[in-house]
Design a binder for this molecule. Structure first.
Ligand code: GTP
Ligand code: MG
Length: 374
């Protein structure tokens, strides 16, 4: 399936129905009076997060999402029908931005979250609402209010706990397929992985989501290779596994050079990404000569007080140690990587806190003391 992580869309809520001008006309009933009903409310455009979705592909085929207008009011005191909401399902991790200003409006990062993105217009009042003792036959009614209309950009940032970064061919996809049930394509040519893949990793009684993203190379920030367009998917990760190829046959590259180049690219993408805790792993230690290359790499990193883990995604060597190094960084802090969105924030203070406030006013329940008789 095609992976789309950025789309431009147009949403429009329904307009309110117009109020109606009508008069009751019936045999033997003189001056029946105004009987125009109110218009119905236009439908809202509602976004709901759906854990089953992993791409914004559907939006590239259907970029317009319009809710229906409210029905107009009718005679005989009949109000128009309110329109149903137009419900749009989006993947978890969708960020909604204003197309014109680029300002971030919402971050939908919890499953089942509901968000009214465009509000439907209210229906206009019919002429029966305007009858007064001095104006018994109003010949006017209110028009409906137009629904909100917005041009938006949707961006998807996958929600993973741990992201793997590294050069192409370092073995990122091999590591993900070894640790989880995800099966990304593995091959010995660069840029095998063209879109991010997620895998669920079990660690003792806990589990976490691991993301394999396409390989980075020097100059990715200027668009070399696949560029760093996919780095946004590891922006929300709490920990990065920096995978370095220790079994490479290219004489121009060495693990330390690769390590520095990738870190430079991370910094150029976003300084916050470069600050994320990293577990450095040297891969392909099963190949001849690789343990020696790794030993040298380890010595060089020791001077920077970094302790890399030696692994082989092919044989499974060192993978337990790698998980043991990742887990404390991941599970130590109770804070989740999932930022609570503006909608998910509790709008009401916890009751306990409110009770704790010393109140100066006497409680309603306590009886007021009677004044003493003199
Ligand atoms: N011997 C050996 N080969 C490995 C190991 N890990 C990966 N490989 C091989 O290295 C090649 C590249 O592996 P991938 O997992 O596709 O590498 P990748 O980092 O995902 O590459 P891109 O998707 O292109 O960025 C494949 O031929 C793998 O079989 C390992 O531990 N030992
Ligand atoms: Mg890959």
């Amino acid at each position: 399936m095609k992976f789309v992580d950025q789309v431009k869309i147009h949403v429009k809520a329904g307009d309110g129905g117009n109020g109606c001008v009508a008069f009751r006309r019936e045999k033997y009933i003189e001056r029946g009076g105004p009987s125009g009903g109110d218009g119905g409310k236009g439908g809202d455009v509602v976004f709901i997060t759906d854990p089953q979705l992993t791409t914004l592909l559907d939006f590239s085929y259907q970029p317009r999402h319009f809710a229906r207008d409210g029905e107009g009011g009718l005679g005989s005191d009949c109000n128009g029908r309110d329109s149903d909401d137009h419900v749009v399902r989006v993947p978890i991790g969708t960020i909604i931005k204003d197309q014109a200003t680029g300002e971030q409006l919402f971050d939908l990062s919890t499953p089942g979250e509901h968000l009214i993105i465009a509000k439907g217009g209210k229906g206009g009042l019919g002429n029966m609402n305007f009858a007064t003792s001095v104006r018994q036959a109003p010949r006017f009614a209110e028009p409906g209010i137009p629904g909100e209309e917005k041009l938006l950009t949707l961006e998807l940032k996958l929600l993973a706990d741990v992201g793997i970064v590294g050069y192409p061919n370092a073995g990122k996809s091999s590591l993900v397929s070894r640790l989880s049930k995800a099966r990304p394509k593995i091959a010995d040519y660069p840029f095998t992985t063209l879109v991010p893949h997620l895998g669920m990793v079990a660690y003792h009684d806990k589990s976490f989501v691991l993301a394999d993203i396409p390989g980075l190379i020097e100059g990715a920030s200027e668009g070399v290779g696949l560029g760093h367009q996919f780095l946004r998917h590891v922006e929300r990760c709490r920990v990065l596994i920096h995978l370095v190829d220790c079994g490479g046959s290219d004489p121009d590259r060495n693990p330390l050079k690769d390590f520095d180049a990738i870190n430079r690219e991370l910094r150029l993408h976003s300084p916050a990404l470069a600050e994320k805790p990293q577990v450095v792993a040297g891969n392909k230690l099963d190949l001849t000569g690789a343990p020696e290359v790794f030993a040298e790499f380890r010595k060089a990193l020791k001077r920077r007080r970094i302790e890399p883990v030696g692994i082989s995604a092919a044989t499974g060597e060192g993978l337990n140690e790698l998980l043991d190094r990742v887990a404390p960084l991941l599970f130590a802090s109770p804070a989740s990587s999932v930022k609570p969105s503006a909608k998910a924030k509790p709008s009401v203070k916890p009751v306990a806190k409110r009770r704790a406030k010393p109140s100066t006013k006497p409680s309603k329940r306590t009886k007021p003391s009677r004044p003493k008789r003199k």
